[in-house]
Design a protein around this ligand. Structure first.
Ligand code: SF4
Ligand code: SF4
Length: 64
């Protein structure tokens, strides 16, 4: 399982990229995306998915 970013709702603030313990979030041409193969859902690092926790826009980082 992995998380994904709803691109239409993402403001491009970049907060999630730095909080991801798996370095699964990358920005390309102003668009942030989660590499599903790298995303661990923060298991073993945090109790809750950090991208969803820090994202200022509700329901933008969601389970795939
Ligand atoms: S759920 Fe965790 S591991 Fe997956 S992209 Fe979000 S911060 Fe990174
Ligand atoms: S924290 Fe949310 S709004 Fe900011 S770049 Fe990540 S997905 Fe987009």
């Amino acid at each position: 399982m992995a998380y994904k970013i709803i691109a239409e709702q993402c403001t491009g603030c970049g907060a999630c990229e730095f909080e991801c313990p798996s370095k699964a979030i990358k920005e390309k041409n102003g668009v942030f995306a989660i590499n599903a193969e790298k995303c661990t859902e923060c298991e073993g690092s945090f109790d809750t998915p950090q991208c969803a926790s820090v994202c200022p826009v509700d329901d933008t980082c969601v389970p795939v």
